[in-house]
Design a binder for this molecule. Structure first.
Ligand code: PMP
Length: 385
């Protein structure tokens, strides 16, 4: 079986598994205990925080470990809205955020907040003119993803950060798909809060981070003990956090650029093979723009997502029809809907292929060959039916 669904999750790196098993076997202490076992666990926690802070170019004290990007997004959005509701009731986000941003926004709307969902064009990109038109004195929070998990489009984070420097609104960025692939410096970009998740970069599931600028204040989402300097209660997941540290440390900045180029090359091999075979397709997004190159979303006119995905699965290739989080539902992708409209045939005939650090060119070529064979078979069947 060949795995090409790395935007959903990634296999754990052997180094990460080693770090985690070492923790589980030897250092089981509670990081809050003052005895030797606790102190050892605390050292592990400090080391991981340092590794991740180094990768993000921030101070270790600004990193809060969470149970994943879903918790980080919920915390950043719900807690700052609550803390700042006296200063304004307006929030800006995009129509193509992950559901762990969109559903908190919907909950806030029920509480009386006004949310602007910036539209996207056919490339899955927002416009700064729309952003400027939405921003006003009532805006207290702007939450915009770094790059999209279904189509790979990248948002103008730097430009928005510049616009918010002299504005009261906090700037939160869901960098879950970008962290590990793009070098991000929150301070230089004017980002106040940032979310990421370990399992998207060959780390374990159920561990994430919330970066928080020292000037950003809100009550903890999880109340209880004084862990994470009172910002996130609950006994720390030391093996998971240590694994997250190892996962982040194994990708250096130079490697990120190389990964982006490698994935862009993989995408070109697939589109090149489709061109050569004469199979009609559209890219959902724009491969010529700055983007997260590990995500490739393709529309094959006349071929249903469901048929394509099941046939590829039978042939041994794991890809996704939309995002994993919504794949189980019959709802069409909200991202493709925002890009092409609810009536677009692309909603029912697109697949997402996503590469990871263990994807090889041989796997990509084998996939392209299988895709062409299956697409041709399904198209012939459609003509004969
Ligand atoms: N944001 C984005 C952009 C994502 O792709 C994901 C994972 N699909 C999440 C948030 C949620 O991450 P987690 O499942 O680790 O909580």
């Amino acid at each position: 079986h060949i795995y090409l669904d790395n935007a959903a999750t990634t296999p754990m790196a052997p180094e990460v598994i080693k770090t985690m098993t070492d923790q589980m076997q030897n250092d089981f202490g509670n990081a809050s205990s003052t005895h030797f076992f606790g102190r050892t666990a605390h050292t592990v926690l400090d080391n991981a925080r340092q590794q991740i802070a180094t990768a993000l170019h921030v101070k270790p004290a600004t990193i809060v470990f969470t149970g994943g990007a879903t918790e980080s997004n919920n915390t950043a959005i719900m807690q700052t809205a609550a803390a700042r509701s006296g200063e304004g009731k307006h929030i800006i986000t995009t129509a193509i955020e992950h559901l762990s941003v969109l559903n908190p926004m919907r909950a806030l709307e029920k509480q009386g907040f006004q949310v602007t969902y910036l539209p996207v064009d056919e490339n899955g990109e927002i416009s700064l003119a729309d952003f400027d038109a939405a921003l006003d004195d009532e805006t207290i929070l702007v939450s915009i993803m770094y790059g999209n998990n279904e189509v790979g489009s990248v948002m103008p984070i730097q430009e928005i950060g510049e616009r918010l420097r002299d504005h009261q609104a906090y700037f939160h960025v869901d960098a879950t798909q970008a962290f590990g692939l793009i070098d991000i410096n929150p301070e230089a970009l004017g980002i106040d809060m940032l979310s990421a998740s370990a399992h998207k970069l060959n780390g374990p599931k159920g561990v994430g981070l919330l970066y928080r600028d020292e000037d950003v204040h809100f009550e903890p989402f999880l109340r209880g003990g004084e862990q994470e300097t009172k910002r996130r209660a609950g006994t720390e997941n030391i093996p998971g956090i240590a694994g997250f540290g190892t996962a982040v440390a194994r990708i250096d900045i130079a490697a990120k650029q190389a990964l982006q180029e490698r994935y862009a090359g993989f995408a070109k091999r697939i589109t090149g093979a489709l061109d050569d075979a004469g199979v009609t397709y559209h890219i959902n997004g724009n491969l010529e723009h700055e983007r997260l190159q590990h995500v490739l979303n393709i529309d094959l006119p006349g071929v249903s997502t469901y048929a394509l995905q099941t046939n590829l699965d039978l042939a041994g290739f794991a890809i996704s029809g939309g995002s994993a989080c919504t794949a189980g539902s019959l709802e069409p992708s909200h991202v493709l809907t925002a890009m092409y409209g609810a009536d677009s045939p692309r909603l029912a005939e697109s697949i997402r292929i996503s590469f990871g650090s263990y994807t090889t060119q041989d796997q990509v070529d084998a996939f392209a060959a299988a895709l062409i064979k299956i697409a041709k078979r399904l198209l012939a069947r459609a003509v004969n039916a």
